[in-house]
Design a protein around this ligand. Structure first.
Ligand SMILES: Cc1ncc(COP(=O)(O)O)c(C=O)c1O
Length: 388
């Protein structure tokens, strides 16, 4: 007799990005531009802090909400970099941003509930909901208005089972970054509809033009859980470290609920890793600025090169992706064909929602030569397809 899988898990699709990445890993010599992962090494002082913690015996369980020193360091960082005052005890340490998002979804959604998510938006915004037996409904963004939500569309989506709305700035996959006014507008809308906001700010330090504003500062009167991560800012994707912050009315209850979720699902985040996190947040910050400068340089190179090649793409204001418009109804087949013909791996836009079906996403977290090669190869590939 075979094991029975839960209906929720059975209904959760594999990520369309992973499907392409698996094909790319099987393709010898592929140029990997499909995944969003810094190509930098984790800064040395962070690595040393982990080794020291392990050698010094910091290898036991810690509090489910995180080590007090890390919560204090994160609260200080939020004051320093995000201009928000959050008491350290209103902050819960999580296994990366995805751990924070999962805890936030679990805190707010029961089976049958609904959450509004941006379309296009990161794949897990939908799959985490499906896994819980909840439904994610994609809301449209208006490109001409700096990817502000289409509020008329939003109004048609909010129903009696809607509990929350997710926002993401700086955003994956498009690279838009909302202004404080846009965040405040969304906060007012959420209040009017009785919704809690989940703000994904995992790319908060990867702004490329202007520092990113934080939802909790722009909309302090809206109940919100904001999710931060060390993955992208400090090139720590494999370490699995982030934190979630509750703000607005009922913030204290939200924190308690998040803490219960952590207790039931994670016990705590790896203790040596949390020590490394303290070193990251309290140590020298020039590594963050240096990586940001490198991403900015790559963004500028990619935008210029794409324009020269006749490719239409959104100029990202934050995060590290180039969202490219291509003449196709569904780019999942095209991305596989591109890989087979040229060895270039790009993420199919449909993986991020219906609005991405005619797009491809190129990761700028790659060597400039690879970015150049990827764009040139894509332009050549599209030219061959369009010629009679
Ligand atoms: C928008 C967004 N949020 C959250 C994450 C999760 O990252 P992590 O769990 O490594 O912090 C990602 C990863 O790509 C992302 O793109």
């Amino acid at each position: 007799m075979s094991a029975r899988i839960s209906a929720e898990v059975a209904a959760t699709p594999a990520s369309g990005i992973r499907a392409l990445a698996n094909a790319a890993w099987a393709h010898p010599g592929a140029v990997h531009l499909e995944l969003g992962e810094p190509d930098f090494a984790t800064p040395g002082h962070i690595v040393e802090a982990l080794a020291r913690a392990a050698h010094d015996g910091h290898t036991r369980y810690g509090p489910s909400v995180g080590l007090p020193a890390l919560r204090a360091a994160a609260a200080e960082k939020l004051q320093r970099d995000n201009a928000i005052d959050v008491p350290a005890d209103q902050l819960v340490v999580t296994a990366g941003g995805v751990g924070g998002l999962t805890a936030a979804y679990r805190t707010l959604l029961s089976a049958g509930d609904e959450i509004l998510v941006p379309d296009p938006g990161w794949t897990n915004f939908t799959t985490i909901a499906t896994m819980l037996g909840a439904t994610a409904r994609g809301y449209r963004l208006v490109e001409e208005q700096n990817f502000r939500p289409d509020y008329d569309h939003l109004a048609t989506l909010a129903g009696p089972r809607t509990r929350a709305i997710l926002i993401n700035s700086p955003a994956n996959p498009v690279g838009y970054q909302w202004s404080a006014a846009q965040q405040a507008e969304l906060g007012e809308w959420a209040n009017r509809h009785g919704l809690t906001v989940i703000a994904d700010e995992c790319y908060d330090q990867l702004w490329l033009d202007e520092p990113a504003t934080t939802f909790a500062a722009a909309a302090p009167d809206t109940p919100a859980i904001t999710v931060f991560s060390l993955s992208k800012s400090y090139a720590m994707t494999g370490w699995r470290l982030g934190y979630a912050v509750a703000s607005g009315p009922g913030g204290a209850q939200l924190t308690q609920a998040l803490a219960r979720v952590q207790e039931a699902t994670a016990s705590c985040v790896s203790t040596p890793t949390q020590h490394a996190g303290i070193a990251a947040l309290t140590g020298p910050q020039d590594c963050v600025g240096q990586m940001r400068a490198a991403y900015r340089q790559r963004r500028d190179l990619a935008v210029t090169r794409a324009a020269t090649l006749g490719l239409t793409a959104v100029r990202p204001a934050g995060a590290f992706y180039l969202w490219i418009c291509v003449p196709a109804d569904d780019t999942s087949a095209m991305a596989l064909q591109l890989l087979r013909d040229t060895g270039i791996a790009l993420a199919p836009g449909g993986a991020f929602g219906a609005a991405g079906r005619d797009r491809l996403r190129l990761s700028l977290a790659a060597a400039p030569a690879d970015i150049d090669h990827g764009l040139t190869g894509l332009a050549g590939f599209l030219a061959t397809r369009s010629s009679p």
